[in-house]
Design a protein around this ligand. Structure first.
Ligand SMILES: Cc1ncc(COP(=O)(O)O)c(C=O)c1O
Length: 385
């Protein structure tokens, strides 16, 4: 039996054929170093990087594609934004459902740069009260960091309202779009986003080793990495010109070539249609699992808007045990445990056993979801007896 892959929130799989073809084309015909030489192969590699940047700019409504720099994943982009922006003594606000990719760099800066952090609590479904965010602002506040969607609960946070709030009090907004880039509309200008960290390997359908960071043209960050950029090589200092300032070292050309095709796929299908397809399947899965005795579903209620994440518990069973049975007995790949977000588990009340997370992608079929429902029915019956 084929594996039913329901772990798209970690990394999407499979990818559109055009992604694989673009990567093969790069490896076979022009795998040279972009921006390092003026020969035809290097020029072609540079063009492919720029083309992907352009597609990403179109997707996120970024005026100048050079305000987007590539990274290896969301984590690296978040580190660049957080480490590069916050200074000694700054105060930062983030939500209590942030991923460790936000929390750990912040906690590191608390130890090393004396920054102060306010974690604004949500309710058990991940909903944030904007008044609580406003109340956390003080004279030292420089930045608000917020996930666009919780990777445990799937709720979508009100980024445009937060953007307005930030504008009103004169602070910057960094958005972690790990769970929304490619599946929820993002317009950095309209939503008041100053920095946007995103993965290439999830809903943008590119390969692993890709991601990026949009940085508002008025913000200058201290680079995370220093070194060769292929430009202004005579200078001792890191160039100021973008994207070079934030892209030291040879880029993942083959991955970025694949990512470009992933983004084109998303733009062709449209984010709205992708979201609608995944939302309908999410609703089916939630409704079917809710009927099973002993199953408890986390996050927003049926009918509410959310990303394609369905996290659940069965009776009092440890989530890792359930995921193991799903994998070994039923050939269904899901994720269990704490999903790098212990804070969100505290909000949801699942710190003790974690949760099983099934996540849907563009290529998920109804049949795969039916298989999961049948398997959970059997497991729940067995666990009860
Ligand atoms: C909300 C959130 N932030 C950050 C990350 C880290 O993403 P990456 O694996 O691309 O570094 C993830 C990964 O699942 C996530 O869900």
């Amino acid at each position: 039996m084929d594996v039913a892959y329901l772990d798209h929130a970690a990394s999407s799989w499979p990818k559109p054929p055009a992604v694989l073809e673009a990567m093969q084309e790069c490896m076979l015909h022009y795998g040279a170093n972009p921006g390092r030489g003026s020969h035809q192969m290097a020029v072609k590699a540079s063009r492919v990087l720029f083309e992907t940047r352009k597609q990403l700019g179109k997707l996120f409504k970024v005026k100048n594609p050079n305000d987007i720099s590539f990274s290896l994943n969301t984590t690296m982009a978040l580190n660049q934004a957080i480490m590069g922006f916050l200074k000694e003594g700054d105060h930062v606000i983030c939500t209590a459902i942030e991923h460790n990719s936000v929390r750990r760099p912040l906690e590191y800066l608390k130890q090393t740069r004396g920054i102060q952090i306010s974690y604004v609590k949500t309710n058990a479904k991940g909903e944030l009260n904007l008044d609580d965010v406003k109340a956390a602002v003080n004279t030292k506040t420089a930045l608000l960091v917020c996930s666009h969607s919780s990777n445990l609960l799937g709720n979508i946070l009100p980024i445009a309202e937060l953007g307005e709030l930030c504008r009103g009090v004169g602070i910057k907004l960094l958005v972690d779009a790990a769970q929304t880039a490619g599946t929820v509309d993002i317009d950095v200008t309209k939503m008041g986003i100053h920095m946007l960290a995103f993965p290439g390997h999830k809903s943008l359908l590119g390969p692993q080793g890709t991601g990026g960071l949009y940085i508002d043209p008025d913000i200058e960050l201290v680079p995370l990495l220093y070194g060769g950029t292929g430009s202004q090589s005579e200078m001792i200092e890191q160039p100021k010109v973008r994207p070079d300032r934030y892209e030291s070292g040879t880029q993942n050309t083959v991955g970025i070539a694949g990512l470009g095709e992933g983004v084109k796929f998303v733009l062709n299908k449209t984010v709205g249609k992708i979201h609608a397809k995944e939302w309908a399947q999410t609703q089916y899965l939630m409704a079917s699992l809710a009927e099973i005795e002993g199953v408890h579903i986390l996050g927003p209620d049926l009918g509410q808007n959310k990303t394609a994440i369905v996290s659940f518990t069965i009776h009092q069973t440890d989530s890792s045990e359930i995921a193991f049975i799903l994998d070994q007995t039923f050939q269904i790949a899901v994720r269990a445990g704490y999903h790098c977000t212990p804070l969100a588990h505290e909000m949801a009340g699942t710190m003790e056993r974690g949760a099983v997370r099934a996540s849907i992608g563009y290529f998920t079929t109804d049949e795969e979801l039916e298989r999961l429902v049948t398997a959970v029915q059997e497991i729940a019956k067995h666990m009860k007896s």
